[in-house]
Design a protein around this ligand. Structure first.
Ligand SMILES: Nc1ncnc2c1ncn2[C@@H]1O[C@H](COP(=O)(O)OP(=O)(O)O)[C@@H](O)[C@H]1O
Ligand SMILES: O=C(O)C1=C[C@@H](OP(=O)(O)O)[C@@H](O)[C@H](O)C1
Ligand SMILES: [Mg+2]
Length: 178
């Protein structure tokens, strides 16, 4: 089985859902941000502060390509789809599940968050700008779309499981209209 890559905006629940999905399906799971922090011995915030976003993006692409491409769940950072190189990699190597959440829900989930450098300052405006810019790209690069808005982690995991089963049987009609 090709590895499953969870994509979506910051706060969509990629890291949280990925961990629960890995436990449920008994598949190993890697979180790209956690792998980057391990490799750099530094938090994501410090990497942005010290070296800037473009350095972070270089490391992110390199780490993406180091991850197993079979039988693994990879939870990506929200910006993975910004680079064409990464989109091509995901398209060829993986099965991409876009975790959607409404902009309002993203804001609610991240209202207290201080760990995401791209949201520092005017959080509402930063979310709105990036969200509108990225939404079509998440959609286009997805093999499956799951709406997480208002759903518990358990519900999302079960929905993904059901959708993966129907996709194996040649059907994939999960939340195509988002
Ligand atoms: N379905 C959900 N419902 C409510 N809160 C959620 C849900 N999924 C994630 N969260 C919360 O949103 C925040 C961001 O989740 P996280 O997994 O780090 O998202 P991502 O990795 O996509 O940025 C965390 O506080 C997490 O507990
Ligand atoms: O959307 C982005 O550009 C980013 C998302 C973050 O990961 P999460 O999506 O897990 O928050 C992290 O990779 C970094 O702060 C940049
Ligand atoms: Mg994450």
């Amino acid at each position: 089985m090709k590895s499953i890559y969870l994509t979506g905006f910051m706060g969509a629940g990629k890291t949280t859902v990925g961990k629960a999905l890995g436990e449920y399906l008994e598949i190993p799971i890697f979180d790209l941000d956690a792998e980057i922090e391990k490799k750099e011995c530094c938090t994501i915030q410090s990497i942005f502060e010290r070296y800037g976003e473009s350095y972070f993006r270089e490391i992110e692409s390199a780490v993406l390509q180091e991850m197993p491409t079979e039988n693994t769940i990879i939870t990506t950072g929200g910006g993975i789809i910004c680079r064409n190189e990464n989109r091509q990699f995901l398209k060829v190597k993986g099965f991409v599940i876009f975790l959607y959440a409404s902009e309002e829900e993203i804001y609610r989930r991240l209202i207290e968050d201080k760990t995401r450098p791209l949201l520092s300052g005017d959080k509402r405006a930063n979310i709105a700008n990036l969200y509108n810019e990225r939404l079509p790209i998440y959609r286009e690069s997805a093999d499956m779309i799951i709406d997480t808005t208002g759903k518990s982690i358990r519900m999302i995991v079960q929905e993904i499981h059901t959708c993966l089963d129907s996709s194996e049987n040649g059907q994939n009609d999960c939340d195509k209209n988002i």
